[in-house]
Design a protein around this ligand. Structure first.
Ligand SMILES: Nc1nc2c(c(=O)[nH]1)N[C@H]1C(S)=C(S)[C@@H](COP(=O)(O)OP(=O)(O)OC[C@H]3O[C@@H](n4cnc5c(=O)[nH]c(N)nc54)[C@H](O)[C@@H]3O)O[C@H]1N2
Ligand SMILES: Nc1nc2c(c(=O)[nH]1)N[C@H]1C(S)=C(S)[C@@H](COP(=O)(O)OP(=O)(O)OC[C@H]3O[C@@H](n4cnc5c(=O)[nH]c(N)nc54)[C@H](O)[C@@H]3O)O[C@H]1N2
Ligand SMILES: [Mo]
Length: 762
């Protein structure tokens, strides 16, 4: 399909090459030059994502049992090179620069200083970080935590830390006395954890890697594979070669979903042959997915009526009868919705949707994949319910070659939830923990990310510990949050590189440098492996073998244990030192808490392809309120949380190909053809003209959320781009000051970063 104002050969910036190909090789070479990584990086890349090797710190995509010779992608390589940089951010650097001065630096320049080398304490008098000893840091943190009510503390984690670290971190929080365990997942796939759980009883996807070998169709909603999970392009390419059809719904034409040249295939590289990925590509409006899916369902129901006349079925009536509730209500509601409304809200035509529906009708086995385009919407959970409606119609959940497969972000974000990082006490086996460790765990619901922000704003939170990540940069409402942040008593950040969150400090502040996953983690019993869970619920061991960036680093496990020991009273069942000495003991604890999923954990750590921890929904056991899978009558067609108004635009905050979340590797969004800057406002050329703007003009965006708060980001160059009318795009995290804290998915509170109401200010 084409959209108004754009043809395939117009002059908007675009990249002619496929995803992968020589461009990705060039991009890896550039970052190699910039970071000058240690020579061991090549060996590490060779071991990347292989059984017994080291598991990539970039995305959470599956690691196959039979890996490619190089089982890594452009962005995985960049993440490894980033960690193994030869640059060091030493105490001398902090002597030279005050924290106030560093606040004026760009994110890119902060991380360019390289790996943190020493534990540091913030000295308010000189406005500088000064080196301190580990024991001194732990003792001070312990004293501060003991002095406050545990419920006033927040323990955040970014989704990278291992299962071992995460389990201990959550245990520390509960022994201390709270469930305030927000996770990067709260800004990411929490919509999945809450939305999917409600309708199919599973907080995670139902597919395994083999399903990609036998599916006939894959439907993609709001996920940018080429940039964010490039290794997934391999199974997609294989599926296309087998004749499977791929249908994409995305407001942006993402190169990686159009075509792919496999950098690991010499033939494809030399002959310039590329695989077309998407059979059909629909540029719907941002927030138009409920409408589009409802249109698909209407077509499928119509096809069923037709087929019934021949005495056959498109739907799977036995599955619907045996396994679901709510079919008739859903059907009646969908049939009552008119095509005009569906076309208006989705931005797609009835005929467009018919083409897509025909593929779904014909395919015996279909997989639905999705990412932030669905989860970061005010009605994100409802969007997932709509998608599940469509998937239940043909019994496409719980059988081989079919299912629903959210593409997770951080490399262990799914696993952190599995082992107890959750603010929701009902999701954690608290009674078992009580028995294992002889204490009474807190039962009160803790704070998620939005709640933690609200309570930091109101002054109720006194202490914040960040296990990785860049919280202040990743959350909405940045300006008000930064101002409130400094009113906290204690802030502690555990990190590998310097970022913006380390410059906004509480009264007492520590910056604790940790080992990266690719580095050797030597403890009393020898070198330690850690584990993580991928997007398809498989658990993998990872063994780092590089020399640590500094002899003063500690592992995340040791840092969590050090803080916990200094905070908590002695307990004979809680043996922090023994756990640090040998991580197999931590895995034994995980097995004891979660015996069904982690039986024989230590034996299975290095299972090729990981070991599957199981998912009842895959077996058609529905852990929902009714014990069945739920059809949900659509309550609305619009996933964004506002009405249209003159001068109001739908802003999608985007990731470039050259960043990992708040880590900016460089200024080249190669696959979108945007080079040298991130300060752009992407718009449809007809919208540029209609708004009286011109290409290259510098404008600001202001919040148009109707709450009278002045939120603004300036210095953006108007750039024509392939976007539907009324939708504009600009980069995350730069745009985060524009997102109101209250603007989030209704059910899960995931910030709605893909449909933000803004005005353009000239
Ligand atoms: N290189 C790299 N890899 C990464 C990351 C990174 O930053 N860089 N981040 C990691 C993390 S934590 C995550 S969560 C994942 C994120 O990976 P994705 O889920 O791919 O997230 P985004 O790139 O934010 O946006 C996804 C897509 O949604 C589309 N979109 C926007 N609005 C809508 C809409 O209303 N409907 C539909 N259908 N589509 C829409 C956008 O155009 C974009 O292509 O990637 C992980 N991997
Ligand atoms: N507007 C907008 N906002 C968004 C999003 C969006 O699409 N749009 N996406 C959201 C999503 S999906 C996510 S997941 C969040 C991401 O939020 P976070 O997970 O909090 O942020 P990251 O940028 O991934 O964190 C980067 C930092 O992690 C630290 N780090 C790296 N490796 C390690 C390690 O091994 N150990 C430790 N301890 N630290 C390490 C480094 O210091 C680095 O600076 O942002 C969310 N915010
Ligand atoms: Mo994420």
């Amino acid at each position: 399909m084409s959209i108004d104002g754009l043809s395939d050969d117009n002059d908007t910036p675009h990249y002619d090459g496929p995803a992968g190909g020589w461009g990705s090789v060039g991009s890896m070479a550039r970052i190699m030059g910039e970071e000058r990584p240690t020579p061991a990086v090549l060996d590490t890349l060779r071991r990347q994502n292989k059984p017994g090797g080291f598991m990539c710190v970039s995305c959470a995509w599956a690691k196959p049992a039979k890996p490619h010779t190089f089982e890594f992608c452009e962005n995985g390589a960049k993440a490894t090179i980033w960690e193994l940089t030869s640059r060091r951010c030493t105490p001398d650097f902090f002597t030279e620069h005050t924290v106030t001065e560093l606040k004026g630096w760009k994110d890119y320049d902060l991380e360019q200083q390289g790996r943190l080398t020493h534990p540091m304490r913030y000295d308010r008098a000189s406005d500088r970080y000064v080196p301190c000893g580990w024991d001194e840091a732990f003792a001070a943190i312990g004293a501060e935590l003991r002095a406050i009510d545990p419920e006033q503390a927040v323990f955040y984690s970014s989704g990278r830390a291992s299962l071992e670290t995460s389990y201990l971190y959550a245990l520390f929080a509960r022994l201390y006395g709270h469930n305030n365990l927000p996770d990067s997942s709260n800004m990411c796939h929490e919509t999945t954890s809450v939305g999917l759980k409600k309708v199919i009883g599973s907080p995670v996807g139902t597919c395994v890697l083999d399903d990609f070998d036998s599916c006939n169709a894959i439907f993609f909603f709001g996920q940018n594979t080429g940039s964010n999970s490039p290794r997934l392009l391999h199974p997609l390419q294989e599926a296309v070669k087998r004749g499977a059809k791929i249908v994409t719904f995305n407001p942006v034409r993402e190169k990686g979903l159009e075509s792919f040249r496999n950098p690991q295939s010499p033939l494809e590289m030399l002959t310039g042959k590329e695989t077309q990925i998407s059979t059909l590509y629909f540029q719907l409006k941002a927030g138009g997915d409920i409408a589009a899916i409802t249109g698909l369902i209407k077509h499928v129901l119509a096809a069923e009526e037709e087929r019934q006349r021949e005495g056959k079925h498109v739907l799977d009536p036995d599955f619907i009868a045996q396994h679901t509730v709510g079919f008739e209500e859903m059907k009646a509601r969908v049939n009552a919705i008119g095509w005009e409304q569906i076309e208006e809200e989705s931005g797609l035509t009835r005929a467009d949707l018919k083409q897509a529906a025909d593929i779904y009708v014909e395919a015996d086995r279909s997989i639905a994949m999705y990412g932030m385009g669905l989860t970061q919407q005010v009605h994100g959970s409802e969007t997932l319910a709509a998608l599940v409606n469509l998937w239940l119609l043909k019994g496409n959940i719980g059988r081989d070659g079919a299912g629903i497969s959210p593409v997770r972000g951080h490399s262990n974000v799914q696993g952190q939830r599995t082992v107890g990082i959750s603010e929701k006490p009902e999701l954690v086996p608290l009674d078992r923990l009580a028995g294992q460790f002889g204490f009474e765990p807190p039962r009160k619901e803790g704070m998620n990310t939005v709640k933690a922000c609200e309570k930091i704003l109101s002054g109720e939170v006194k202490a914040f510990i960040g296990l990785g990540g860049n919280f202040v940069r990743a959350i909405p409402e940045r300006e008000r949050m930064e101002a409130a942040w400094t009113r906290m008593r204690l802030t502690v950040q555990i990190a590998t590189k310097l970022n913006r969150s380390h410059l906004i400090n509480g009264e007492v502040a520590y910056l604790l440098p940790c080992l990266g996953r690719s580095e050797e983690d030597m403890q009393e019993s020898g070198a330690q492996a850690v584990t993580m869970e991928d997007s398809l619920s498989c658990i993998h061991g990872s063994l780092g073998n590089n020399t640590p960036a500094s002899p003063h680093l500690k592992s995340e496990v040791a840092i969590v244990a050090g803080m916990a020991k200094a905070t908590l009273p002695p307990n004979p069942k809680v043996t922090w030192d023994a756990w640090v000495a040998d991580y197999r003991r931590i895995r034994a604890l995980i097995e004891e808490t979660y015996p069904d999923q982690f039986h024989r954990f230590n034996e299975r750590v290095f299972t090729p392809g990981g070991f599957y921890r199981g998912n009842p929904a895959r077996e058609r056991i529905w852990k929902t309120e009714s014990g069945k899978a739920h059809f949900t009558p659509p309550g609305r067609l619009r996933a964004i949380g506002f009405e249209d108004a003159p001068g109001r635009w739908r802003l999608m905050t985007m990731r470039s190909n050259d960043q990992f979340n708040t880590t900016i590797y460089g200024y080249s969004d190669r696959l979108r053809g945007i080079e040298g800057t991130r300060d752009v406002l992407l718009m449809n050329p007809l919208d540029i003209a209609a708004a009286g703007l011109r290409e290259g003009q510098v404008v600001a965006l202001a919040s148009d959320a109707g709450d009278d708060v002045d939120r603004r980001v300036g210095g953006l160059t108007v750039t024509p781009f392939h976007l539907p009318r009324g939708c504009v795009g600009a980069y995350y995290p730069e745009m985060n000051p524009l997102i109101p804290l209250w603007y989030h998915d209704e059910a899960s509170k995931t910030p709605a970063a893909k449909g933000v109401p803004v005005r353009i200010v000239v």
